[in-house]
Design a protein around this ligand. Structure first.
Ligand SMILES: Nc1ncnc2c1ncn2[C@@H]1O[C@H](COP(=O)(O)OP(=O)(O)OP(=O)(O)O)[C@@H](O)[C@H]1O
Ligand SMILES: [Mg+2]
Length: 230
């Protein structure tokens, strides 16, 4: 059962937003999800107090570095998807969570110092790979992008990442008010008031993100061979 971590040592990179968009969209598709909330501000836990937690979603609060591995393993045994919203620092807890992940998503905004933060996250993943003796797949998620235009900084950052052979998700999360509103309203995008500015675009953007994540795991699952009978 895939464990997906949202990681970046940069505070405010967009980890919590991406984690909740992914969790709510997977739930909308009827898939079971456990969110492990490692953000010190416990946004997912607060979100869950609004009463809109889908039946198949569980939110685990504040794991510690002593119990994070057990919390992840327990979640894996119960839910098809485990999403870990990590804190914006490099800590033992972050390292343990990454070591248990099947995919690490690194939300990155377009800015002069953002590439460096993504590089720090990748260094930590590489260290965990060495420690665990296995590959830990990761991908950068460009977030808070402008809807209409691609700025010079955006273009140069994505070019640099691609030149360094760093996987970048083809879906980018755009800067959208609706993505902030899910936390104020404590609900999914689909439950926001229909008058919300560009709600359909926001839903399409989040669905495309969730769809791309699902497709990463589908691509890894070998198709069952058809039984050939004589
Ligand atoms: N795509 C987006 N569109 C609009 N606002 C966004 C988007 N992504 C993030 N934000 C806003 O940016 C701020 C930081 O985002 P978020 O809390 O998701 O980052 P974080 O990486 O989890 O931060 P921390 O390191 O503090 O946990 C929040 O106010 C959030 O609403
Ligand atoms: Mg956060």
């Amino acid at each position: 059962m895939p464990v997906i971590s949202l990681a970046s040592p940069k505070g405010g990179a967009g980890k919590t937003t991406a984690a909740m968009l992914l969790a709510t969209e997977l739930s909308q598709k009827g898939l079971g999800v456990t969110v492990i909330d490692c953000d010190p501000r416990q946004w997912s836990v607060k979100w869950g107090k609004g009463g809109s937690v889908p039946e198949k979603m569980t939110i685990e609060s504040k794991p510690t570095e002593e119990n994070i591995i057990d919390v992840i393993d327990e979640a894996k045994s119960k839910s098809p998807f485990v999403i870990i919203d990590l804190e914006g620092t490099s800590s033992m807890l972050v390292a343990f969570a990454i070591s248990r992940s099947d995919l690490v998503i690194i939300p990155t905004q377009a800015g002069p110092m953002e590439g460096e933060s993504a590089a720090d996250a990748i260094k930590l993943i590489r260290q965990q790979e060495k420690g665990m003796g296995r590959k830990i797949p990761f991908a950068v998620l460009m977030t808070r992008m402008r809807a209409a235009i691609r700025t010079k900084i955006e273009r140069s950052l994505t070019e640099q990442l691609e030149a360094a052979d760093i996987p970048v998700l083809s879906t980018q999360l755009t800067e959208r008010n609706a993505f902030k509103m899910i936390f104020d309203h404590q609900c999914s995008l689909e439950e926001l008031p229909s008058s919300t500015y560009k709600l359909d675009d926001a839903i399409a953007n989040a669905r495309s993100f969730a769809g791309e994540v699902i497709s990463i795991f589908k691509a890894k699952t070998p198709k069952k061979r058809k039984q050939v009978t004589a």
